[in-house]
Design a protein around this ligand. Structure first.
Ligand code: MG
Length: 454
């Protein structure tokens, strides 16, 4: 299995985790927990399970509040455990279940974490939206699972901690994000020959528009992604290119490379999902239709390659593949993400357990996107609000009472489980505090744009 894994230990690539422990990936059927099962990734994951000819079975499902959809999924698969956001959702869920099926229903963040650590489950799909997915990812890693990571924020907020936990518990991380899954496949067995990782970007619905043409775009325009059908948050992130900024941070943590070694290339057809440039200048690319069942299946069912229900790619029908540099002026979010990474690296001397600038970038962006979707700010205000938040980071860190930011506080030796659990709790509390301060600033600045900072 090591031959199918990206390089570890450097110098060129230092992948975030080892392959799954001896025997873990061989157990079939593989019992899987799907967190965020009613979202776009979760629904595709269930389709992968249903097409897996019994290799995958559902051990647990979780969503926030879409209890009707969750009940329908649960009735098909009858997992013994479900989880929802709060007691009200749990009550509503119970009303939707028949008398002959009474699964345990867990609630809230502790409930998601318990489900992520479910005994007997092998793989956990972390597909909750946004920063809220971090706690469950950490719980799955602490429990030594195969963590199929669709929640990129987990690495944006706490990449080094996830790495440290995996070293201690033997958890394995597989990236569901299509670009990172493509890199994973290109790097298999050849990681130490890699020079540059090239993340492709579709360019989103506003590709080709100049900075001045973006101020008036509305949520409906921004939600209409040309190639992928996705949730609202990630669709807006694709339109601003913040999604690619977050993916840059994700790649740095997953593959253990400096930000300078990750290049972003706009490729409007979304046929090449990403590329690796090797030491001799040659490139390896991973191609396929834009169908999330492929990367999800590659991770959940790893290392089995089997039909996922997606149509094969017809290159003759595609005709031509084109590439261009991103427009940094029209889409400043890419630059902001790089700046956040560099700011955290400057503070953390290369081993950030907690990157405050990346936390602020993500929190400000989530808050600004929510405002934009609700008519509370304009499209070009999103990068402006994120930038203002990064500028205010020293004051915000003071307000959030973060204590010493100590990004390099992770010990070099593998963490034992108790220490890892304690660190994860401490870090989650710090992320929450800074996250809340950043969101409050964004809402204040959007309501009173003339107010002096902080
Ligand atoms: Mg992606």
């Amino acid at each position: 299995m090591t031959a199918l894994w990206p390089g570890r230990g450097g110098p060129a690539i230092d992948y975030i985790s080892a392959p799954p422990r001896e025997g873990l990936a061989d157990v079939r059927p593989r019992r899987v927990v799907l967190l965020g099962s009613t979202g776009s990734i979760g629904r595709n994951a269930l389709s992968v399970v249903e097409a897996s000819a019994g290799r995958l079975v559902v051990a647990g499902l979780a969503c926030a509040r879409r209890v009707e959809a969750l009940a329908a999924q649960a009735l098909r698969h009858r997992p013994p455990v479900l989880a929802v956001l709060d007691e009200e959702a749990a009550e509503a869920l119970r009303r939707h279940l028949p008398a002959d099926y009474a699964p345990e229903i867990l609630v809230g963040r502790p409930g998601y974490a318990r489900l992520a650590a479910l005994a007997g489950a092998c793989a956990v799909l972390s597909a909750q939206s946004g920063a809220a997915g971090l706690a469950a990812t950490l719980a799955a890693a602490l429990a030594g699972k195969m963590v199929c990571l669709a929640n990129k924020e987990s690495l944006v907020l706490a990449g080094a901690l996830v790495r440290a936990i995996c070293a201690g518990t033997g958890a394995a991380v597989l990236p569901v994000d299509s670009e990172h899954d493509a890199l994973f496949q290109c790097l298999a067995g050849r990681g130490q020959e890699a020079r540059t990782l090239v993340l492709t970007a579709s360019g989103g619905p506003f590709r080709g528009r100049k900075a001045g043409e973006l101020a008036a775009v509305r949520p409906a325009d921004a939600l209409a992604h040309p190639n992928w059908r996705m949730g609202a948050k990630i669709s807006i992130d694709s339109a601003t290119l913040m999604n690619k900024g977050l993916e840059l941070i994700e790649a740095v943590h997953l593959y253990g490379v400096a930000p300078e070694r990750v290049r972003i290339l706009v490729h409007p057809q979304s046929v090449i999902h990403s590329l690796v440039e090797f030491a001799d200048g040659s490139l390896m690319a991973q191609l396929g239709v834009a169908d999330m069942r492929l990367p999800i299946g590659h991770c959940l069912d790893w290392p089995v390659c089997a039909p996922r229900g997606a149509a094969p790619l017809d290159l003759a029908a595609v005709g031509s593949l084109t590439f261009e540099e991103p427009d940094a002026e029209a889409f400043p979010c890419l630059r902001l993400a790089r700046e956040a990474l560099l700011a955290d690296r400057a503070v953390g001397a290369g081993t950030p357990g907690f990157g405050p600038a990346c936390v602020a970038l993500n929190a400000a962006n989530e808050a600004a996107v929510e405002l934009f979707l609700n008519g509370g700010c304009g499209f070009t205000d999103i990068p402006a609000l994120v930038s203002a938040t990064l500028d205010a980071l020293p004051e915000l860190a003071g307000q959030a009472d973060l204590g010493p930011l100590a990004p390099d506080s992770l010990p070099a030796a593998p963490l034992d489980e108790a220490r890892a659990a304690r660190l994860a709790l401490e870090l989650a509390a710090r992320v929450d505090a800074l996250d809340a301060a950043c969101r409050a600033l964004v809402r204040r600045r959007a309501a009173h744009p003339e107010e002096p900072k902080c």
